[in-house]
Design a protein around this ligand. Structure first.
Ligand code: SF4
Ligand code: SF4
Length: 143
């Protein structure tokens, strides 16, 4: 999705903006960040997403799964170099096109609430953006 004119820009709604923001960092995610968010942290899964995300290795990798309430599980990534089982060696997601993939994977690092767009501070692209903004403001102060 591209923005061609002010008219187009003015017609964008929140969903369009978050889609553009997520798409804009795709190359950075793979080539620079190397999918940090799929290698460190926790991912909440519904029971019916376990087989999909775990790539059929649910029993083998039982130690990284912790049952939570409401038929959900917390999957720990980063233990003994264990990334998400759906992450490929070239830092892409094997289930990226599956509709049943976890909502957090669809949304991260840009979340849309009823009246706000929220950026995750855990994301390295967001951190870089904030760093650039701070530098820009600092340079502006010096000008
Ligand atoms: S941490 Fe951010 S930049 Fe890195 S892969 Fe995840 S979404 Fe992309
Ligand atoms: S399912 Fe895909 S996007 Fe989600 S953590 Fe695993 S590799 Fe990353």
């Amino acid at each position: 999705m591209t923005i061609n004119s002010n008219e187009r820009r003015n017609s964008l709604d929140g969903e369009d903006i978050v889609k553009i923001a997520r798409k804009s960092i795709g190359k950075f995610c793979i080539e620079e960040c190397k999918a940090y968010c799929c290698r460190k942290g926790y991912l909440i899964l519904k029971e019916n997403q376990l087989d999909l995300v775990m790539q059929g290795r649910k029993e083998e990798l039982d130690c990284i799964l912790k049952p939570l309430k409401d038929d959900t599980f917390s999957m720990f990534m980063g233990n003994h170099n264990q990334s998400c089982p759906s992450l490929t060696t070239s830092y892409t997601c094997q289930i990226h096109k599956k509709r049943n993939r976890p909502q957090a994977c669809k949304d991260f690092p840009v979340f849309l609430t009823s009246n706000k767009i929220i950026l995750s501070p855990r994301c390295l692209a967001v951190k870089g953006f904030i760093h650039l903004m701070c530098c820009h403001q600092f340079v502006s102060i010096l000008d």
